[in-house]
Design a protein around this ligand. Sequence first.
Ligand code: GLU
Length: 466
Amino acid sequence: MSSQVVTRFAPSPTGFLHIGGARTALFNWLYARGRGGKFLLRIEDTDRERSTPEATEAILKGLDWLGLDHDGDVISQFENAARHTEVAQQLLAEGKAYKCFATQDEIQAFRDAARAEGKSTLYRSPWRDAAPETHPDAPYVVRIKAPQGGETVIRDQVQGDVTIRNDQLDDMVLLRSDGTPVYMLAVVVDDHDMGVTHVIRGDDHLNNAARQMMIYDAMGWDVPVWAHIPLIHGPDGKKLSKRHGALGVDEYQKMGYPAAGMRNYLARLGWSHGDDEFFTDDQAKEWFDLGGIGKSPARFDFKKLENLSGQHIAASDDAALLHELQAFLAATGEPALSDDKVVVLRKAMYCLKTGAKTFPQLIEKAEFALADRPIQPDEKAAKNLDDVSRSILMELTPHLQNASWSRDDLEGVANQFAEARDMKFGKLAGPLRAALAGRAATPSVFDMMLVLGREETIARLTDAAG
Ligand code: GLU
């Protein structure tokens, strides 16, 4: 048997890819990618009523945006149904499962009686040890023979050893009376057949693990390494709600967080590596380990997300960032950038990416590069274009016109101009921002001049001064 790590993400396609699911996917991806392993994707679509192709599409899109690529084909659990049934039949043939002919009424009567006597209401079927000759010609379910004594221990990498008394496990149904396999069976068979070595998933599945272990044991299959991760809570420690950020990942894309920042933040949500907050994908892949996952629920915090997002924007390669910005515009239904604007933005990216925490903030800073003449100052900027300011601009413009258009020279000209008039440079900056960008908050005036070039800069200054 190969020792290659194989993880999987196994979402149920009943809605968007929410933030908790995205984190689960990320943890599995990091674990596999950091170990030269495989990361598989299985869509758990056996619930035909609740599963929709749109939801599958949304999950695939969300993973794609987050950059969590999977190996091999997307697996549909539903399509494996025949194999799930085959395993149940094998257990039946080996006497590890049995046909149970009890009717719903009989099961209910058993429970009522148990309740009345103060006993466990877990159903104990009289058919467990019934001889086949006694089987009626009637509908039946197939149940697994749960171990009757002792304990089941889940050796969980996050929760530690979780012990469950076997008398708390019932003879779980494997095949329903219409012959369809149950979900719990499907998960185990698929995980086994896909060669999954590590199951990292939400701790809402911890109880399932004990029941799933019955199937592994009955089949004599290796149990995967389990890691049940605590769910994500809101900043107030309560269950994550929409208000807290329990949204589809597509909403985060639309809010303008870069995927790298999102990955970094989600990795930190419940996992840590010392005090490291900001890290690259390569570092995360190298560092990620199950031992670093916390036992208590992580709290979602937009401030931290913003902070990391800003750091990733600043650290991004200019071309890649521009590309992602274009994808952001497309995702939010904004018109695509013209070729000219793409060129200017590419030139401007170096001075846009510092200090912008999200793409909307970056676009705000990019106003000078995106706007066309004549520049329309907003209300704040217009205050910097009163008569005095306009005459200052009119005087300054010819000086700039003769500058060599290097940063040093532009700075020199502006400073000299201010000094000669006993003016603080700040007095000059406001009108320049207003003239060049129509905004009060912009990148540095020299960066704007360098990006726009001499001709465009002079034209904008002349427009404003006139
Ligand atoms: N389909 C399950 C879910 O979406 C995950 C099952 C598993 O990871 O074993 O919650």
